[in-house]
Design a protein around this ligand. Sequence first.
Ligand SMILES: [Zn+2]
Length: 128
Amino acid sequence: MSNFMEILSGIPINSVLRERIELLKEIYVLKEKEIDELRKKLTQSEKEREHLLKQLTEQSETKQFVEYLGAYFKKNHKGEFEQVVYCPKCKLSTFDAINAFNCPECHWRSPFESYELPKIIKELNDSQ
Ligand SMILES: [Zn+2]
C-alpha cells in the first residue's frame, strides 16, 4: 500500500478523485490478497510437483531391478545382468563381506553366499 500512496503524493485531489482513489485502494487490497493466495497455491503446487517427481523417479528406479532370491539385480546396457547384488531395501550396490553381500546403508545381508553369484547371474541371464 505504501507504493500506492507514494504515487499519489503531491497530487491535488478533489472529492471525485478522492472517491476514485478510495475505490482503487479497495481494488488494490483485494488484488494483494489474490496475489498472496496465488503465491500460496504456487508454493503448494511446487511441493506437490517435487513429491510426484520423487515418486516417479523411485518407481522408474524400482522398474529397472529384478528381484531374485531375495536380492535385486540389474541389467546393463546390453541387456545382460550385471555381476552386482543390490540391496532390496535401499537399491544400493552391496559389497562382498564374510561370504555374503552386505548393504553399506542398512547392513542387509544376502541370503546366498558370495561364491554363488556367477551361478545366480547365469540363471538370471538364462531365464530371459
Ligand atoms: Zn540396504
